[in-house]
Design a protein around this ligand. Structure first.
Ligand code: ZN
Length: 111
């Protein structure tokens, strides 16, 4: 299950950030989810909360997913959100953004 791996990675990444900063608690985790990543953010959220269930570091943690629109670039100079056919020259554009799932920010409590 693809979503499980992603949810698990989010937990591992935010735990690392929290421990590096002597956090006692994680309150919010912000994640960018590219629209082309073919994952279901609701599924990731569900699995995330299942993974952290008995973890005191994540007791009040909220996962906030933001969908990121695709950004493509073509050798002709086109930049936009067309992912299959460049509207200027008809070639296949390169996908620069929109496939990734990235933890962008972790909010913590330090006591
Ligand atoms: Zn083009």
């Amino acid at each position: 299950m693809h979503e499980y791996g992603i949810a698990y990675d989010i937990v591992v990444t935010s735990r690392e950030v929290a421990l590096d900063n002597n956090a006692t608690e994680i309150t919010h985790i912000y994640v960018d989810v590219g629209e082309l990543s073919i994952i279901n953010p609701e599924q990731v959220e569900f699995l995330f909360y299942a993974i952290i269930e008995d973890d005191s570091l994540f007791k009040n943690a909220k996962l906030i997913c933001t969908k990121i629109a695709p950004l493509t670039r073509c050798s002709c100079g086109y930049v936009g959100d067309e992912i299959f056919v460049c509207p200027r020259c008809g070639q296949l554009p390169e996908i620069e953004k929109g496939k990734e799932v990235v933890v962008t920010r972790v909010k913590i409590e330090v006591n």
